[in-house]
Design a protein around this ligand. Structure first.
Ligand SMILES: C[S@@+](CC[C@H](N)C(=O)[O-])C[C@H]1O[C@@H](n2cnc3c(N)ncnc32)[C@H](O)[C@@H]1O
Length: 324
């Protein structure tokens, strides 16, 4: 979304491009804000970077805003603006979607293990447990961890000959870096992660709870800091004898152009594989295959800088374009 655009234009674009077909509630709220001068005035009290519809709506729901038509949202927001503004100012969009592991798995399973996983922009670290979740590709028999069925079952549709593995990778080390690591053992952090999930996505909400319980029982090492600054230091902690994989999903768009270039150069310098799942055009040097049909919101999945698939950003579908 263009940060230079007017608030009305940002909310209108959010309604028409991001929310349509994904959340009827957010589509209605964002379309309503786009034509509501009084609410726009409130939202413009926030710094430009904090005016994102997703952040404002999540903060309202975190503070107890009921789901309902725009008129109800509008009236509620006027009454609770002070609390919502405070929440917006000290929170960020840190959606952590375990379902993305269904995107990572076919690639991780092809890398000789055992694996050491380092996720940059890890949020609460839910994507660091690909070996602990169950996977059901195209409704087939689920692929489960060797010690029994997982409480988290990830459904994913595939096309184009995705190389679906027959077993889960052996992960011997996992660590994450985040500007603000969240801790699923803290009720407030979990409530924030819940509020970040869009209203109608009840399957994702149930998955968050299940994945959070699993992760809370064996929490990951999460380092607080900037991913460019911390990458080399944390990567050096990976055990010898394991294959290091640096991965990230829906993170690099948060970096400025210079930081993006530094990050790509840092990853290239490591003795590691690099699994990137980001919007098209977001990562310098990763060219998207525009010749293959794809939905405009699909992300580019790339290994070591080469695109292998187009993927639905929350992990619901993979369209493979690499060698099967
Ligand atoms: C949208 S969330 C995605 C979380 C996780 N990768 C997932 O896919 O579920 C983006 C995360 O990147 C983190 N982040 C953004 N810029 C960062 C930076 N420069 N260094 C470290 N983390 C960063 C944010 O704090 C946030 O937790």
């Amino acid at each position: 979304m263009d940060p230079e655009a007017s608030t009305a234009a940002r909310y209108r674009a959010f309604a028409e491009v991001e929310a349509r077909g994904m959340s009827a509630t957010y589509e209605a709220w964002a379309a309503g804000v786009a034509t509501d001068a009084a609410l726009i005035e409130l939202i413009e009290e926030l710094p430009v970077a904090k005016r994102q519809p997703n952040l404002v709506f999540s903060a309202a729901r975190f503070q107890g805003c009921p789901l309902g038509p725009y008129a109800v949202f509008r009236e509620w927001l006027h009454r609770h603006w002070i609390e919502v503004r405070a929440t917006v100012l000290d929170h960020a969009t840190q959606t952590n979607e375990a379902g993305r592991c269904a995107l990572h798995l076919p690639v991780l399973a092809r890398i000789p293990g055992p694996l050491a996983l380092l996720e940059v922009g890890a949020s609460a670290g839910l994507c660091l447990y690909p070996d602990r979740y169950g996977y059901r590709y195209d409704g087939r028999e689920p692929l489960e961890p060797s010690d029994g069925p997982s409480p988290v079952l990830l459904d994913c549709e595939t096309t184009g000959g995705v190389p679906i593995p027959s077993e889960l990778p052996d992960v011997v080390w996992r660590a994450g870096i985040d500007l603000n690591p969240l801790d699923v053992r803290r009720a407030d952090d979990l409530a924030w992660l819940d509020a970040l999930i869009w209203p109608e996505h009840d399957d994702r909400r149930a998955r968050l709870r299940a994945a959070a319980s699993l992760v809370a029982a064996d929490p990951p090492r999460l380092v607080e800091g900037d991913l460019v600054e911390q990458l080399g230091r944390v990567a050096a902690e990976a055990p010898a004898g394991a294959t290091l994989v640096v991965l990230h999903t829906a993170v690099i768009a948060y970096l400025g152009e210079e930081a993006k270039r530094r990050f790509v150069a840092e990853v290239a310098n490591l003795d590691a594989h690099w699994l990137s799942v980001e919007g098209r055009g977001v990562v310098p040097g990763i060219a998207a295959r525009e010749d293959v049909h794809n939905a405009s919101s699909d992300f580019v999945l790339a290994l070591d800088g080469e695109q292998l698939a187009w993927v639905q950003p929350h992990g619901r579908a993979i369209r493979w374009i690499g060698t099967p």
